[in-house]
Design a protein around this ligand. Structure first.
Ligand code: SAM
Length: 290
């Protein structure tokens, strides 16, 4: 690690910058946590990392130390020239200005570096590491996990409550839990107190590691069908499934009862009690297998 690297605070002062709340700019300024986040991704020199929201590059430095290549996407145009200058001596780190939700991982990570000769070929396997802007956490998860080129692993810093919801089990499931667990095995790791950030957010955060499954947890259904049922089921939280499915799918309660019973699910149960396998059975009953 380059000990003389300026801290985010130094860079803010030097460039007379203020942080933008609207972009979720809560910088992680405690170096011990940065080390632990990078370590959770088990980085090796053969790894390519996609970092979302490098901010002033504090986490990027730790990723650059261990990975063979880092591509970091930052929406705040003001930070791009600063990042490029600070990392000028690290040719394996590049910065892209843009909104991660409008960029596809396949376009960001061609197998060839853009400055290498030859045609761009198929995209490379990669890991995502990010201290996510809180306001787009769910959208980013959907964007990367359901993309044509999902990562092999994601290590994300999210609000403590969001981490708890991601790893929930039947009885406390939500659309977020079903979506994350459909594509990955989530693990909640260490807590990061609000005081480790600048400015200090209202709540504590937690690091989560998502080991992305080679195949979805329910492999033999169409994900569009699966999630249509899940959205309908959770559309009327705390209502019995027979009611929420009938409202969400515009079918009769009798039809909903029939599908649920045929899938081995008691129609009066609530959406938060179903396992992924039960959602899978229901999808097969309603839409068949693929
Ligand atoms: N990585 C830095 C750290 O750990 O200190 C900064 C993390 S800060 C919570 C989130 C960063 O994401 C900010 O730099 C913000 O400008 C950037 N950001 C916000 N929305 C974004 C988007 N849609 N696409 C890419 N970056 C975004």
């Amino acid at each position: 690690m380059n000990k003389s690297a300026p801290s985010p605070l130094d860079l803010l002062r030097r460039h007379n910058l203020s942080l933008k709340k609207s972009l979720g700019q809560n910088l992680l300024v405690d170096p011990s946590h940065l080390t632990r986040i990078a370590a959770a991704a088990d980085l090796e020199k053969s790894d390519t990392v996609l970092e979302i929201g490098p901010g002033l590059g504090a986490l990027t430095r730790h990723l650059a130390e261990h990975a063979g290549r880092v591509v970091a996407v930052e929406l705040d145009q003001r930070l791009i020239p600063i990042l490029r200058t600070e990392f000028a001596d690290r040719p394996h780190v590049s910065f892209v200005h843009g909104d991660i939700l409008e960029l596809s991982p396949a376009d960001l990570l061609p197998a060839h570096q853009p400055d290498q000769p030859g045609p761009a070929s198929a995209a490379v396997p990669y890991k995502v590491v990010a201290n996510l802007p809180y306001y787009i956490t769910s959208a980013v998860l959907k964007h990367i996990l359901a993309s044509l080129l999902p990562p092999t692993l994601a290590v994300l810093l999210v609000q403590q409550e969001v981490a708890r919801r991601m790893v929930a089990q039947p009885g406390a499931m939500s659309i977020l839990a079903v979506s994350v667990q459909f594509y990955a095995r989530p693990r909640a790791l260490h807590k990061i107190p609000a005081g480790a950030f600048l400015p200090r957010p209202k709540v504590d955060s937690r690091v989560v590691r998502l080991d992305v499954r080679p195949q979805p947890a329910v492999p033999d259904v169409d994900p569009d069908h699966f999630f249509r049922l899940v959205r309908a089921g959770f559309g009327q939280r705390r209502k019995q499934l027979r009611n929420s499915l009938s409202a969400g799918l515009s079918c009769s309660k009798r039809e909903a009862d029939h599908w649920l019973t045929a899938s081995g699910i008691e129609p009066r149960r609530r959406a938060e009690t179903l396992s992924l396998q039960e959602w899978g059975m229901l999808t097969k009953t309603v839409y068949g297998t693929v």
